[in-house]
Design a protein around this ligand. Sequence first.
Ligand code: CUA
Length: 332
Amino acid sequence: MALAVRSGHHAMSGVEFPVPNMFAPVSTPALMIRTLSWLVLAVCAVIFVVVSYLLIHALVRYRTRAGEDAHEPPQVYGSTSIEVAWIVLPLLIVVVLFMATARTIFGIERAAAPAGALQVTVVGHQWWWEFRYPDLGIVTANELHIPISESGERRPTYLRLESVDVIHSFWIPQLNGKTDVIPNQPNVMWVEPVQAGAYYGQCAEYCGTQHANMQIRVFAHAKGAFDQWVATQQARAVEAPQVAVGRAVFMATACVNCHAVRGTGAAGTFGPDLTHLMSRTTIGAGAARNTRDDLLKWIKDPAHIKPGVLMPAMNLTDGQTQAVVTYLLTLK
Ligand code: CUA
């Protein structure tokens, strides 16, 4: 019954971005939402079938036939039993749907975080996502890495949603419903994947020119793999001696006003943290691949790939751009 997952390519960038399938939940709250959806769909389907049958039956059975004189049939007034039935029955149906919905909403919203829960702060920016792990000292962008819940050990991730500019909406259909990301009004939501894998999401509230290029990639890991990712992210930025030229260009330009590379003079917070840039698969929140070619094009003219992007072209020479990219490629 589930809809097929289409595998799509961004026309310009060649970035793989499968269309997420909300009928294939893999996370506790998303599973609860699906159960409710099937109940609502089933009740509505029964109503649809009964009403359609009565309508078609009346049209066919009581239509005017050839040779029949079209007189008005006898009219029925004031049947208490019929009136009670068509008031009480819909009322009962609405009450059942209301109770079931309220139960699911509260079940998800009021679920207390268990001891093993991971806390992540999600910050919406025009047009990318910042992910901060306050307890782990990790800051990354656009690609959220989280643990899965395994038998006997629950490890849901509790997300605190903040925005630094306009209203965004955080939505990973296979993990939970969507939640608005509002400036000065932190919202919370949680996800609990029970299966390792990559899950795709998208900003779901129009937030400006590049709303569509505000993709979310979630990588859910089994325990060992997640701990390994954490260790990698907590490590200091690689300082390879052979890329000193590129590093010097990077540190001497305005790059450092917006980007941070932990442990260096670069401490900007307007743009994505680059400490472990090369651990990500895409750049520009999914606008391009994270490869030498795309990094070169991106730094030369970000607006060519992502019109409206807030990162300016730095007007570096070709040699300088090459050197900066060579440096960035070492930030593993
Ligand atoms: Cu952010 Cu749409």
